[in-house]
Design a protein around this ligand. Structure first.
Ligand code: GRF
Length: 210
């Protein structure tokens, strides 16, 4: 069996995707292990969740640094020590600089709550509802210098119902995210594409790296 990929997860908030990535990493066939969680916000709820799951966590608060580049330098220093194969952004509310991405080219992955390339950026639930589409969803993708613009790894779609609100759609998509993110990660590490359909969530993941 191949050694497991070392994954570092970056968070800013609640950390529900982080939690699902950690739990899935403990399944027998997982291709990765989560070596640490880093938050740019010391108040992030995800830090307590990481502790409860016995995963090493670090808070490197953005507000303790004068500039974004000083903060990023500290982040990079911590990440370099951890020697990750992949870095997973899970609700990390800060855009990484081109310099950071050059250091980890093709190794940074994000989850976004829309069916990319539709609805990059914020307010994705409102925009999905306003579009009149019958499906919404989420995307796991490689991170490049274009916001939500990197190569797509996997997507999940959920139906939009007539009585859906931004909050109900958010809840539906978040449930799909928790299944999609570990699946997508395993797919690119093992180079095996995967599909799954359950409880009105349809998921498809590619296997090719950038
Ligand atoms: C998710 O909706 C994710 O798609 C977006 O930020 C949210 C993070 O939620 N990037 P959580 O912190 O994982 O609960």
């Amino acid at each position: 069996m191949q050694p497991k990929n070392r994954v570092v997860i970056l968070i800013s908030g609640n950390g529900s995707n982080m939690e699902s990535l950690i739990k899935a990493s403990r399944e027998p066939n997982a291709a990765y292990e989560v070596v640490a969680v880093i938050s740019n916000n010391s108040e992030a709820g995800g830090l307590a969740k990481a502790k409860a799951l016995s995963v090493t966590s670090y808070a490197i608060p953005r507000k303790e640094f004068k500039t974004k580049s000083l903060h990023e330098a500290a982040l990079l220093e911590q990440i370099n020590q951890l020697q990750p194969d992949l870095i997973c952004l899970a609700g990390y509310m800060q855009i990484l600089s081109a310099n950071f991405l050059t250091n980890y080219n093709g190794k940074v992955i994000n989850i976004h709550p829309s069916i990319l390339p539709l609805f990059t950026g914020l307010n994705t639930y409102e925009r999905a509802l306003d579009s009149g589409m019958a499906f919404a969803g989420c995307t796991v993708h490689f991170v490049n210098e274009i916001l939500d613009g990197g190569k797509i790894i996997g997507q999940a779609v959920v139906p939009i119902c007539i009585d859906d609100t931004p909050d109900s759609l958010n809840a539906k998509i978040l449930k799909a995210e928790h299944i999609l993110y570990p699946m997508a990660l395993n797919s690119i590490i093992t180079q095996k594409p995967t599909t799954r359909y359950e409880e009105e969530i349809f998921i498809s993941c590619h296997s090719a790296k950038v």
